[in-house]
Design a protein around this ligand. Structure first.
Ligand code: NAD
Length: 261
């Protein structure tokens, strides 16, 4: 039995994706890599998309997938990517921590390109195939910050709230065609993105880095531990499985109770 502090070992149990093709963005690291791994374990053919070519190649090799080195900040990102995608996981993202008045506009814009425009462009790219096949699954890796705000995260909170809206529109338009679209909303997950944030949060709050996880990151979470990437991947794969066809337009908190408070 899996306890509250032990991540699941078989996150793809009961899900058969043998005739499905998936595309996961930001799959070279962290949550995206865990999603790619879990989808492949369920039998899907997985396209691994990441700006970091070496990371994409390593992730694809591990799961027998296909690597694509693509900068998702580009407007022409979809060129060269396959359109025959049944499962789209919009996961790639980045963080920047700064007070609003000091938030660099170019960083704000980049975050929106990667976390809002890229999902929009990939939806445009993938929806015709899903519609023709009468089945599709869109999983948008949002955040508890798609539902709640935190100080010093203007770019991230605004982008994730926009992704929530995009996901809901895809749910409404996809419903007649067997396509579901949902957001998964993690709290703090043990990934390189969070490791990078610890130093930034320490500076923003004026405390030592070792106090950031306990006093800042987990302050609003009822469960006082970081989430493992596999726990988020488990929800993403579950949304592609046989029992979740009626779940659409939803936002599923994986946040240890943060948004319940
Ligand atoms: P990560 O930094 O470990 O991985 C992100 C991946 O995205 C990297 O491989 C990076 O190369 C790729 N990427 C970034 N910009 C890109 C671009 N322009 N083009 C192509 N690829 C690009 O991060 P993670 O923690 O796994 O985060 C993944 C997603 O989960 C993000 O959307 C993040 O906002 C979300 N999320 C993370 C946490 C967390 O605590 N780690 C919590 C909630 C939501």
């Amino acid at each position: 039995m899996t306890s509250a502090s032990t991540p699941p070992s078989d996150v793809s149990a009961g899900v058969d994706l043998a005739d499905r093709t998936a595309l996961v963005t930001g799959a070279g690291s962290g949550i995206g890599r865990a999603c790619a791994r879990a989808l492949a374990a369920a039998g899907a053919r997985v396209h691994v998309v990441d700006r970091d070519a070496a990371a994409a190649t390593a992730a694809a090799e591990e799961i027998g997938g296909v690597a694509h080195a693509v900068d998702l900040a580009r407007a022409d990102l979809a060129e060269g990517l396959p359109a025959g995608i049944d499962i789209l996981v919009n996961n790639a993202g980045l963080q920047h921590v700064a007070p609003l008045a000091e938030f660099p506009p170019d960083r704000f814009e980049l975050m929106h390109k990667v976390m809002v425009r890229a999902p929009f462009l990939l939806l445009r790219h993938c929806l015709p195939h899903m519609t023709a096949r009468g089945w599709g699954r869109i999983v948008n890796v949002s955040s508890v910050h798609g539902l709640r705000a935190s100080a010093f995260k203007a770019g991230y909170v605004a982008a994730k709230h926009a992704l929530e809206g995009l996901s809901k529109v895809a749910a409404l338009e996809g419903a007649p065609h067997g396509i579901t679209s949902n957001c998964v909303n993690p709290g703090y997950v043990r990934t390189p993105l969070v490791e990078q944030q610890i130093a930034a949060q320490a500076a923003a709050h004026g405390i030592a880095p070792e106090r950031v996880v306990g006093e800042v990151m987990l302050d609003r979470s009822a469960i006082k531990r970081l989430i493992e990437p596999a726990e988020v991947a488990a929800v993403a794969v579950w949304l592609c499985g046989p029992h979740t066809g009626y779940i659409t337009g939803s936002s599923l908190p994986v946040d240890g109770g943060w948004s319940a408070a």
